[in-house]
Write a protein that binds this ligand. Structure first.
Ligand code: PLP
Length: 485
């Protein structure tokens, strides 16, 4: 395949007369091509139909996705998105409604939102959920704004939020967007929170602690109840970053661990697409203490009718338009209904089983960052490999040649030469065994063909990218005949 863009391929006077349906009624058939629609000052490519079909079919072949290959990207939970989610969310009753329609015309959709909320409450033990936020990060913001408003109303003078050094970067970003100072607590040698250190840090000024459990090293914070007591005793609240709830589904509820607020990433735990497959959802659940602070509206029920309730006493207001990404919520609802209680429990068990299998099979070749048994993901350090000449980056790039997506690298920041691997529960033993073989093979290559590793990937159109140059001198404009687009 060449590397030309569709604009490079343009050839004067070449045309296609095929138009796919625009999805909206046309004013009259000829109007789409009339001069008022095609502005002269825009440079649009002119190509024949076959040129266009080949261009995009070849581009599509370059896509890497969970549907084509193994994608063990730690913390991102790149698991398979069942196709039934798509069929359900494309039912016409869902796709052709409008958020401004009257409540009596959208009872089915409101019931779905209501029931989804009930199921999330059962899964997490929280009391109510907002389905509005569109990402994990936005969920965090909504959750922390509720915490802030709670303290303000209570007259609590608090200005600090505690966050572990292994946390996802969105946690400190959220805390500081809410006006808090971030206090970092170091992990101990086991990769867990140092309880004594925590005790010495917590005072009346601490508004909250933001925790991920299993933490971002894939390890379960065993002392979570003690942590919860330490924070609550000083009037602070516990924020749970539940982006990756897959290892706990049906086993432990965040509410039982003492958390007051929880966000869940539907595009991780509940099998909805990441990024280009559609927008996300980062729903937020709260315990009794924050129920009156949730964004408006909530879906409530009165006399067997569902309605949008805007009367939430201390609401932080809206955090996005309408009720969230409705279509994504339908997909997650489908996933929950299809798996049921037993299925969700198996998700948790298999996510842990799969990553522990990788851990056991690979620990002879790659050093474990922490000895403690991992949950849904495992972190290795490639420091030994680096001494032999190959960094975590080289190993990751080489995996691409074997049609495997690189794991998360150099994260969490506290592990040197980190490779963070999350196989997810949807992968088969054959896929895991193949990955293990390839990782062992790459480890051998360090001693026999280091050059190959250093120059990988060898099989892709774009080879090793000069990342420093890309970041410092990005080319974001395409210019043809001095007309820029
Ligand atoms: C992915 C992730 C986030 C952020 O979620 P987005 O949907 O990407 O905004 C936050 N915390 C953890 C632990 C995550 O894995």
């Amino acid at each position: 395949m060449d590397r030309k863009t569709i604009f490079d391929k343009t050839a004067d006077l070449r045309r296609s007369d095929y138009f796919s349906s625009p999805g909206v009624p046309l004013i009259s058939p000829g109007d789409v091509l009339s001069p008022q629609f095609l502005r002269d000052d825009l440079f649009l490519p002119s190509l024949g139909e076959l040129d266009v079909v080949r261009h995009y079919s070849n581009l599509a072949k370059l896509n890497f996705s969970v549907d084509t290959n193994f994608y063990p990207l730690g913390s991102c939970t790149m698991k398979y998105n069942p196709k039934i989610n798509e069929s359900m969310s494309s039912l016409e009753g869902f796709t052709s409604i409008h958020p401004y329609q009257r409540e009596d015309m959208t009872q089915g959709a409101l019931e779905l939102l209501y029931d989804l909320e009930q199921k999330l409450c059962e899964i997490t033990g929280m009391k109510r959920f907002t389905l509005q936020p569109s990402s994990g990060a936005q969920g965090e913001l909504a959750g922390m704004l509720m915490i802030r408003k709670f303290h303000e109303l209570m007259g609590n003078k608090k200005n600090k939020v505690i966050i572990p050094d292994s946390a996802h970067g969105t946690n400190p970003a959220t805390a500081s967007m809410c006006g808090y100072d971030t206090l970092v607590i170091d992990s101990n040698s086991q990769g867990l929170i140092d309880i004594e250190k925590l005790r010495s840090m917590v005072d009346d000024k601490v508004a909250a602690i933001m925790l991920t459990n299993p933490n971002t090293l894939g390890l379960f914070e065993e002392n979570i109840l003690e942590i919860s007591n330490i924070i609550h005793n000083k009037g602070g609240l516990l924020y749970y970053d539940g982006a990756n709830l897959n290892p706990l589904l049906g086993i432990v509820k965040p509410a039982s661990m003492g958390f007051d607020v929880v966000h869940l990433n539907f595009h991780k735990t509940f099998s909805t697409p990441h990024g280009c497959g559609g927008p996300g959802a980062g729903v937020v659940g709260v315990g009794d203490i924050l129920k009156d602070f949730l964004p408006v509206p909530l879906v409530n029920k009165k006399n067997d009718k569902f309605y949008l309730d805007y009367e939430i006493k201390n609401s932080i207001g809206k955090v996005r338009t309408f009720y969230g990404n409705f279509n994504v919520l339908v997909k997650a609802y489908t996933y929950i209904l299809r798996l049921g209680r037993d299925g969700l429990l198996r998700v948790a068990q298999n996510s842990v089983l799969n990553s522990r299998y990788l851990k056991e099979k690979l620990k002879k070749y790659y050093e474990l960052a922490y000895i403690k048994d991992c949950m849904h993901e495992v972190v290795f350090t490639c420091e030994k490999q680096k001494e032999r000449g190959a960094s975590a980056l080289d190993i990751s790039k080489r995996l691409i040649d074997f049609n495997i997506h690189p794991p998360t690298m150099y994260f969490p920041l506290i592990v040197k030469e980190a490779l963070m691997i999350e196989p997810t529960e949807t992968e088969s033993k054959e896929t895991l065994d193949n990955f293990i073989q390839i990782m062992i093979e790459i480890n051998k290559e360090i001693d026999v063909s280091l050059e190959k590793l250093k120059n990988s990937p060898l099989t892709t159109i774009l080879k090793r990218v000069d990342e420093v140059n890309v970041a410092r001198n990005p080319k974001v404009r395409w210019i043809k005949d001095k007309k820029s687009i």
